[in-house]
Ligand binder design. Structure first.
Ligand code: FAD
Length: 847
């Protein structure tokens, strides 16, 4: 009995010490205390007491004496670690080290400091930024017709281009001292979001010069002279920039670009100068066909050692005026049916002076790091904003449409099947926008949140894909038939672009989020990796030992926390007192999942080592867990920041339940596919000791969310706050808004009439072709409704007729008019021009 008590007490003690992650000394004292108790009370047989005491002394002495510990334990692990770790290329290292760790680090720690999140100031606009959003941005939206842009001009019309340039849209991120608008990341995001609710082409056109490209690169790395010359010209739209990285042979693996330059002496403006002879072949370059300034990435070689160092100097970025002799640019791709300017460019042995390198000669070879640093911030703004915008359009317009479109004498939005799609749309949008806000706040706080921005890019674009697809299903044929009155088909066609650019999504999920997240967010992993690279043996041993001990305690602590929070349903997890009561359990559950993620990540890395990098399915699921924790915390932050509106709560609840269920499935996905079955079984018992607690969001919550989308309300307005609603009479979204308002007024009148028909006060049998006018007239005659109500019914019917109308065209869709042009286009696409060789002709000795 005593033995059993002692064992239970020891187990509880071990869990408690591990849970709070006590120091090594406290561990020693704890184990010594337990042994003392056993000796004094004879809790264990004498032989066992002796054995345990000897084991304790044998282990404790080397653990307590650092030099001994290093010799006996850490140095051996370091050697094994060096063998296990896959080699890391310079570009991989630069990608991993780019940017900063922020809230993502907390989520990976197993102990997120919720106060840190809640105290992050919510994003806000200055009066000037707000005015720009309300006036210039709204005007630009109003000036742009996606149908006309896509089908008539195949480009933005000239007056829209001019307005964009004149009002400084291309210089939103350029500081005021250089003539730009100097906007915050949040203001930039708000502008892109709003434009995206109107037209993908205008949004992409404005977005690109403000994201990763010449403006951003110059701002951070340009020489003073380059900044002084180019930034004011870019801000005023005198220069149209593009940035060309992608080569036909290097898309996702962009660091492998074969575009090259040799350091050479050459002629420039009549002088002999040292420069670069560049050969490149790029494709898919946005704004390329109209660009005046080409930002170009290529690898520099210096076989003649003009710069005195290595031959292969690495990836370099330069700015080349597109009018420069040898630059071939101007042709276009057709990215689906979206007509933003995008195309290839190439050149062969084009000589440029050294001072065209961004940052000048000292920045030769620093291009990859520059790109990764800028991407760490920019990726969190551009596509998250445009995709949230497209989803806002889908949610607002489709929600309204689902109320005014009736089938089986019922608004389609009230059928359970449609409700399910609407609930997904609303819940996902709430979470997407929350994620956009949190990530923009981080950038405005000066962070370059590499992992969080990859999470935002991947998850917002994927949820946008789902939201737009759901919207298309709900609108039926109306969404499919293109024409000026189709409000969603454009977003549907444009959307795959977002999936592919700035890190194609499969790659981002499988390789980047966890790959980079684990190394950057883990408190000890990067320290261990850095120690393996340390050349000084002693320094490596000391650094590795410190990291290893910290790592061991970290893993043990997360194991204990995972198990304890799992067995207690995380009810005892301490969280800030002042969070909304309806969200308390979410904070507790997220803390539990954070500990479980940290524990599972350590087990995965510990057992699979470098092989985890190739096990992309496992790595992707671990990344999903980290991402879903980020998305959930963004959602809770939004709910608090917006004032805990009870009416918005269903959106928040749906989003969190959905994400927690998905996170739980991701845990299960990792565990059930873990190569070592024994470890998998143990890990499952630790993470889910009482089974899996999360289920999908309830139908009741789904019903509440769907109901919020199909009726005008403050919640619907908050959910789509950045939305532009067209003002013209025939604007399809404006029309839905008016029809929705009219429907809300008409529905009770219609109910009165129907009741009167059932009670035979009004004759409901209508002659063929007769409509609501006849019924309304009979209702007025019977005194069931008044003339004003009759008018409201007819007005609503007229508006709904306009909403459900789809466009039709001549039988040949105008082909006979366009045929000569189409044939010419076909001929053009066949006449490919000779390009530069894809592979560089490497100098001798360079492989
Ligand atoms: C409309 C448009 C605009 C663009 N604008 C620009 C621009 O302005 N400047 C510029 O430089 N580039 C631009 N790009 C290029 C864009 O960044 C690339 O298309 C992107 O990097 C993917 O390359 P890829 O298309 O060659 O696909 P691939 O690299 O061939 O990839 C195909 C698929 O394989 C997946 N994949 C590849 N490797 C892995 C892996 N290790 N693990 C898992 N999955 C993997 C990818 O996720 C993708 O799904 C643009 C592209 C498009 C379509």
């Amino acid at each position: 009995m005593l033995t059993a008590f002692w064992i239970i007490a020891v187990l509880i003690g071990v869990l408690a010490l591990a849970y709070v992650n006590v120091s090594g000394r406290a561990w020693g004292a704890g184990v010594a205390g337990a042994l003392l108790v056993s000796w004094v009370l004879h809790a264990l047989p004498l032989a066992l007491n002796v054995l345990l005491t000897v084991v304790f002394i044998v282990l404790a002495i080397p653990l307590a004496i650092p030099t001994l510990r290093r010799k006996l334990i850490s140095d051996g692990v370091l050697t094994a670690y060096r063998r296990l770790m896959p080699p890391m290329s310079q570009t991989e290292r630069e990608a991993i080290e780019a940017g900063t760790v922020w809230w993502d680090g907390d989520l990976f720690s197993g102990r997120p400091d919720w106060n840190k999140l809640l105290e992050t100031p919510p994003p806000s606009l200055t009066p000037e930024e707000q005015r720009f959003l309300d006036e210039e941005t709204a005007t630009l939206c109003e000036m742009t017709s996606d149908w006309e842009t896509t089908n008539v001009y195949k480009d933005l019309p000239p007056h829209v281009w001019q307005y964009i340039k004149d009002k400084g849209f291309f210089g939103m991120i350029i500081p005021k001292e250089y003539g730009g608008l100097g906007f915050s990341a949040w203001a930039h995001s708000q502008v892109i979001t709003k434009l995206s609710t109107r037209s993908g082409t205008v949004a992409v056109t404005v977005m690109v010069p403000n994201s990763l490209g010449p403006g951003e690169l110059l701002r951070h790395y340009g020489t003073d002279e380059q900044k002084r010359y180019y930034l004011p010209r870019l801000a005023r739209g005198i220069e149209i920039p593009c940035f060309a990285l992608t080569n036909p042979n290097a898309g996702s693996d962009a660091a492998a670009i074969p575009d090259y330059a040799y350091v050479r002496w050459g002629e420039h403006e009549g002088k002999r100068v040292l420069g670069l002879s560049v050969t490149w072949d790029k494709r898919y370059i946005t704004l390329g066909p109209v660009a005046t300034l080409l930002g170009l990435a290529f690898r520099v070689y210096d076989p003649d050692k003009f710069l005195g160092g290595r031959e292969d100097l690495g990836i370099t970025c330069a700015l080349i005026p597109t009018s420069h002799p040898g630059v071939q640019i101007g042709r276009r791709h057709m990215p689906l049916n979206t007509v933003f300017q995008n195309g290839p460019n190439w050149g062969r042995d084009v000589f440029i002076p050294m001072d065209w390198v961004i940052g000048g000669q000292p920045m030769i070879g620093r291009g990859w790091r520059m790109l990764m640093e800028c991407l760490a911030a920019g990726r969190g703004i551009s596509l998250p904003s445009s995709n949230t915008g497209m989803s806002m359009l889908a949610v607002r317009a489709v929600g309204g449409y689902a109320r005014v479109r009736t089938q089986f004498k019922t608004a389609i939005g009230k059928f359970e099947g449609v409700e399910e799609a609407l609930a997904r749309m609303g819940g996902n949008l709430y979470m997407m926008d929350a994620t956009r806000m949190l990530t923009a706040s981080a950038v405005d706080l000066g962070e370059k949140p590499a992992v969080a921005s990859a999470i935002a890019k991947y998850h917002i674009t994927e949820r946008a894909r789902r939201t737009i697809n759901d919207g298309m299903d709900v609108t039926g044929g109306k969404g499919i038939c293109m024409g000026p009155s189709n409000f969603l088909g454009g977003a549907y066609m444009q959307h795959p672009v977002a999936i592919t650019v700035e890190g194609a999504n499969i790659l981002t999920r499988s390789l980047i989020i966890f790959g980079q997240g684990a190394i950057r967010c883990h408190p000890f992993l990067l320290k261990e990796i850095n120690a393996t690279r340390e050349r000084d043996r002693d320094a490596a041993s000391i650094a590795f030992d410190a990291a290893l001990i910290g790592h061991a305690r970290f893993t043990l602590s997360n194991l204990a926390r995972t198990f304890v929070t799992g067995t207690t349903g995380s009810h005892f997890v301490r969280i800030p007192d002042d969070v909304a009561p309806e969200t308390r359990r979410y904070y507790q559950q997220l803390t539990r999942f954070s500990a479980a993620l940290a524990f599972l990540a350590d087990v995965s890395m510990g057992t699979l080592g470098g092989a985890l990098k190739r096990k992309e399915k496992l790595s992707a699921r671990l990344g999903d867990i980290l991402s879903l924790l980020y998305l959930c915390s963004a959602t809770l932050k939004r709910y608090e920041a917006e004032g805990r509106h009870a009416a918005d709560a269903p959106l928040m609840h749906w989003a969190i339940w959905d994400a927690m269920f998905k996170a739980q499935s991701a845990f299960e996905g990792v565990i059930s596919n873990f190569p070592n079955r024994l470890i998998a079984t143990v890990v499952r018992r630790i993470i889910f000791p009482l089974g899996r607690p999360y289920v999908v969001p309830s139908d009741a919550i789904g019903h509440q969310v769907a109901s919020l989308l199909i009726a005008p309300s403050a919640t619907r307005d908050r959910l789509t706050a950045a939305m532009h609603i067209g003002q013209s009479d025939d604007d399809p979204v404006g029309l839905i808004e008016r029809a929705l308002a009219a429907t809300v007024v008409a529905e009770p009148i219609e109910h009165k009439l129907r009741a009167a028909i059932r009670q035979r006060h009004v004759d409901g049998r209508l002659p063929p072709g007769a409509g609501v006018e006849v019924l309304a007239e009979r209702g007025v005659a019977a005194g069931v409704i008044d003339a004003e109500e009759a008018h409201a019914l007819i007005a609503q019917r007229d508006l709904v007729e306009q909403v459900i109308r789809v466009d039709d065209f001549d039988r040949d869709l105008g082909a006979s008019l366009l045929l000569p042009a189409i044939e010419a286009l076909h001929r053009q696409s066949l006449s490919t021009k000779p390009r530069a060789p894809a592979e560089p002709r490497l100098p001798a000795g360079v492989v």
